[in-house]
Design a protein around this ligand. Structure first.
Ligand SMILES: NC(=O)c1ccc[n+]([C@@H]2O[C@H](COP(=O)([O-])OP(=O)(O)OC[C@H]3O[C@@H](n4cnc5c(N)ncnc54)[C@H](O)[C@@H]3O)[C@@H](O)[C@H]2O)c1
Length: 248
């Protein structure tokens, strides 16, 4: 029970990677706060009776973010772990990109990461002198967009890449600022992983050392390391979990 009595907020917990992270944290004893636009019914059904709080709303909305933090403190008194995972991915190329899609990806992936990080640290994690922030970025934030090999719309779009590059830079900025309070901030950068976000996109993984798409459990394992006490001397890191795609 690595996370016994710890409280973890996981955004985007209704499906995919966030769902798996929440399940794994709960399995190790954490009380999980499930944040999503959509019902987390399925995730709750897989928690095996662990304590949870479901907060449904839009992570882009600063009032919703504040409400999540307030409800978490009311219910569980403290917050040890924040996993900024909720995300959207437009695959429109630069020529077709709309302001709406650009804003959606930037605000969901990057602005919400800022809003949640600020709200968990000040005052809660700072006063506790302990915290683990794990931001889900993407290989797209490092390499300019993971391509499936399909000609049109088979590559994560420019807004997505920019947002995830921003998440990586933000992770490092926050890590530098908060180490003095006992708070670490790291990022997991997945490659193509089989979830709703990649549904219908036929990724060619034959150029990867490990020739398959990632599974949510592959990504969750890395998140749990950064979320744990075991990673107390590790901050500002970006761990690529991509089957070796980025070896080149
Ligand atoms: N699947 C991949 O190949 C892959 C690769 C790299 C990074 N990622 C990142 O992993 C994270 C999780 O994605 P996933 O693959 O599990 O996809 P997913 O679509 O299964 O999960 C994303 C979750 O975020 C929620 N969400 C989206 N916008 C929201 C909003 N405004 N407010 C609240 N909740 C919102 C969705 O409802 C959904 O439950 C994302 O940040 C994504 O960019 C995924």
């Amino acid at each position: 029970m690595k996370f016994k009595d710890e409280v973890a907020i996981v955004t985007g917990a209704a499906s995919g990677i966030g769902q798996e992270v929440a399940i794994q944290l709960a399995k190790e004893g954490a009380k999980v706060v499930l944040v999503d636009l959509n019902t987390c019914e399925k995730t709750i059904g897989l928690l095996n009776g662990s304590e949870y709080l479901e907060c449904l709303g839009d992570v882009r909305d600063p009032d919703f973010v504040k409400a999540v933090i307030n409800r978490t403190i009311e219910n569980f008194d403290e917050i040890h772990i924040l996993v900024n995972n909720a995300g959207t991915c437009s695959r429109l190329d630069l020529e077709d990109m709309t302001i709406e899609m650009w804003d959606r990806d930037l605000n969901t992936n990057l602005k919400a990461t800022f809003l949640f990080s600020q709200a968990v640290v000040y005052p809660h994690m700072k006063e506790a002198g302990y915290g683990r922030i794990v931001n889900i970025s993407s290989i797209s934030g490092l390499n300019g967009g993971v391509t499936s090999g399909e000609e049109k719309n088979g590559r994560s779009g420019p807004g997505y890449s920019a947002s995830k590059g921003g998440v990586i830079a933000f992770t490092k900025w926050v890590a530098k600022e908060l180490g003095k309070y006992g708070i670490t901030c790291n990022s997991v950068a997945p490659g193509a992983t089989a979830t709703a976000i990649t549904a219908g996109v036929a990724y060619d993984t034959s150029n990867q050392v490990i020739d398959r798409m990632g599974l949510p459990s592959d990504i969750a394992s890395a998140v749990l390391y950064f979320a744990s006490k075991e990673s107390s001397y590790t901050t500002s890191q970006v761990l690529k979990v991509d089957g070796g795609l980025s070896i080149g």
